[in-house]
Design a protein around this ligand. Structure first.
Ligand code: HEM
Length: 234
């Protein structure tokens, strides 16, 4: 029996390639390097706070050394080790970030998948997400994701540049001056980190809501039931 076209709302699931190997490798190298940078950065902060207010990160959330956390806090080696971790992961983060940005622009990935963005689309998708009604279509980022991806790329860039300016304030005087001097550059570096951590909270929550995106970011492919609204076209 032939089913009338208007009744055929769903097409069979198909497997689609979503992320090339290079993107997946760079995404996970970035996640690992971020984990080390943030953990060691928080320990450096505990020894040498950038903000005038009194707070510290819980020791168990910080990285830098294979001794117990309590010993580390009372031991200057805790700072030296955290700095070594921070400087080691820094190179991985910077080189990987540069590669990701170059490939993103040159391959057309950013133009195809991160654009267009508009305030109207962002507000619409943001409100839908709050109401739990945001439709996730594999292979297509919604406006909230697009804005957040551009935002985190900008935050990473500012954090890298302010980090370089406090690492080599003499050799890179012009860069330190651009950030309003050494002490202010440290504050900028801190808020850059805070923006990245804020992004990560939302990013991980969205990933948990649509776990198949995580599978796709690991294996590259996902099986998709084409969306009835557009006749199964992406
Ligand atoms: C354990 C940590 C992380 C998990 C589980 C994770 C998960 C994911 C997943 C599942 C996607 C694909 C989203 C989709 O298809 O809708 C994605 C994309 C992305 N993630 Fe993450 N992520 C993590 C860490 C990070 C970090 C630390 C950053 C940056 C600070 C980041 C930045 C991005 C960006 C920019 C994309 C878009 C990739 C592209 O299409 O080029 N992620 N992530």
């Amino acid at each position: 029996m032939t089913v009338p076209a208007q009744v055929q709302t769903t097409a069979p699931a198909r497997s689609v390639q979503l992320h090339p190997l290079s993107r997946r490798i760079m995404h996970w190298i970035n996640a690992l390097a971020m984990f080390v940078m943030i953990g060691s950065g928080w320990r450096i902060y505990n020894f040498y706070p950038a903000l005038p207010i009194h707070f510290g990160f819980p020791d168990y959330l910080t990285l830098g050394g294979d001794f117990t956390v309590t010993e580390a806090v009372s031991n200057e080696d805790g700072l030296a080790n955290a700095l070594l971790w921070h400087f080691a992961a820094m190179w991985v983060l910077v080189l990987n970030f540069l590669a990701y940005v170059i490939v993103g622009f040159v391959s057309g990935h950013f133009r195809r998948d991160f654009l267009p963005v508009s305030v109207g689309a962002f507000l619409r998708d943001f409100l839908d997400a709050l109401r739990g009604r945001l439709d996730h279509r594999l292979g297509e980022y919604n406006a909230v994701q697009r804005v957040f991806y551009w935002g985190v790329l900008a935050a990473i860039l500012v954090t890298i540049l302010s980090g370089l300016s406090i690492w080599k304030p003499v050799q890179l005087q012009w860069l330190t001056a651009l950030f309003g001097g050494y002490e202010f550059a440290r504050v900028v570096h801190f808020f850059g980190m805070a923006a990245i951590v804020g992004f990560l909270v939302v990013h991980l929550a969205l990933t948990a809501l649509v776990p198949k995106t995580l599978v796709a970011m690991v294996v590259g492919r996902a099986s998709e039931t084409p969306h009835p609204r557009n006749g199964g076209q992406r």
